[in-house]
Design a protein. Structure first.
Length: 160
């Protein structure tokens, strides 16, 4: 069974975000093993300059790397990534499985994004939209899209 792992910088602060993730986790049980790992966000007291931002991203990137599976297909969510429709994403899931991957790791960065080292080693850079969303909402939206992909691939009625 495919393991789908969201590795995200920061914690969900509001209960309604946690409840939404829990709902998709429950729905996904029949399709895959699903897990969300929260990586500690680097704390800063002032508005950082460019070199401090790079340092923050590197520290968060090192934490993220500790959770990436050894044989995982890695997808980094970033603004410069490629846009996919839900059906294109479902086809990607099928292709990933056919290529022999047993794990898909989605990476959601913190306030300042994702370290370049993560983006460079990712198999795919994915953009959810041209718009900007809070990281907590992005996590819920991604979970819903993962569920939608499995529904599409199984011929379920959820996707219309």
């Amino acid at each position: 069974m495919l393991f789908v792992h969201i590795i995200s910088v920061g914690k969900l602060k509001e209960k309604y975000w946690s409840n939404a993730i829990a709902e998709y986790e429950k729905r996904l049980q029949s399709f895959c093993r699903f897990k969300v790992t929260e990586v500690q966000e680097e704390k800063i007291l002032t508005i950082p300059n460019d070199s401090q931002i790079i340092h923050i991203l590197e520290k968060e990137g090192n934490r993220i790397n500790g959770y990436i599976g050894k044989n995982a297909y890695v997808i980094a969510l970033c603004i410069e990534g490629k846009l996919y429709s839900s059906t294109e994403m479902a086809k990607l899931f099928s292709r990933i499985s056919l290529e022999g991957y047993s794990e898909i790791d989605f990476i959601i960065g913190g306030s300042w994004g994702i370290a370049d080292s993560i983006k460079q080693t990712a198999h795919l850079k994915l953009s959810m939209s041209k718009m900007t969303f809070p990281h907590q909402l992005a996590r819920v939206m991604l979970s819903e899209q993962i569920y939608r992909c499995f529904q599409i691939n199984s011929g379920g009625k959820y996707h219309k």
